[in-house]
Ligand binder design. Sequence first.
Ligand SMILES: [Zn+2]
Length: 387
Amino acid sequence: MEPNPNEQHAGPNRARWIKAMPAAVILVIFIAAASADYVVQSGDTINQIAAGLGVSKAELVAVNGISNPDLIRVGQVLVVPGQTTTATTTHVVSAGETLAGIASKYGTNLDSLVSANGLTNPNLIRIGQQILVASGPAPAPAPVAPAAGSTHTVSAGETLASIASLHGTTVEVIAAANGITNTSVIYIGTILQLTGGPFVAEPTTTPTVAVHTVAAGESLAGVAGQYGTTVEALAAANGIADPNLIRVGQEIQVQATVSAWSCPVPGAHYFNDWGFPRSGGRFHEGNDLFAPKGSPVLAPVSGTVFFQNGPIGGLQFRMFGDDGTTYIGSHLDTMGGTDGYVTAGSQLGTVGDTGNAIGSRPHLHFEMHPADGPAANPYPTLQKYGC
Ligand SMILES: [Zn+2]
């Protein structure tokens, strides 16, 4: 199996975290573009955009000189038909002027000027300073909700507010979708989900079918315990009249109901370190669960687990959960079993500092990949299940 390339330990990189700084310049560009134009988002179609903006597809295509409406690209700026383009002018401050005075002169308000120019103190402007003014009638286009599943990669100078405005959404929606608790700090390179709530794992009630081959010395009760099910359920599913009569080699259909989500490292110390930058332009695709070396690492759900050892993740488990989510845990000190099917709460190993975490504070680097796809922030799930 591929070692996970995004796995980075939680050590010395912390000192180099770069806070994305509010940058007036970028904000200004967004205001100028967002007020009359539409920036094509991932997953958009021309039909959706036209419907969202309340204009006809034909108009949109004509105004933008689009030759093939099936070919629009992410980031392309579309002029919205029937709207007056915002005129952005620059006002040079002269002696005696106040920001409020400038605002009223251009028919705008103080707040717009403050935000468009990234001013921290509206009372402090100086003679000769250039103030960007967005003037003229600029009816805001109907906000187009980002397509489900679309994402935004944070670049230098961006703020959550600027990203929200760029995508026609709000800081609150993005914060909720990404489990962000401190909205004033975002990190360059973080991939933000633009819609939806945070991903939270749900124990599924769908029965999972496995086939267990009875080995010498096994009882039906033992098999049931192994899969988190009951003797009665196994007997019923397999037409077994006498649960005491099973034979070596007999194949037992197991319909295990997935049990509740288990905290992978009970009692661990952790915080929402999802998205923190890592070397090579990568970002932290999980949460680090800190606990003393040797603390038990448990299977979060039932599923099939595979172990691997690599230079980055160290001793690592990868679990294809019965809930459809793939779980990855890295830097194990010891391995608790062999590849195969385990129930939720089974011990998978112990916390350590293997791989590129050598010498750092022992922790389990923990990732969740819903539907075996891109990583989602584990924090909301860890919180929900009392980790
Ligand atoms: Zn980590």
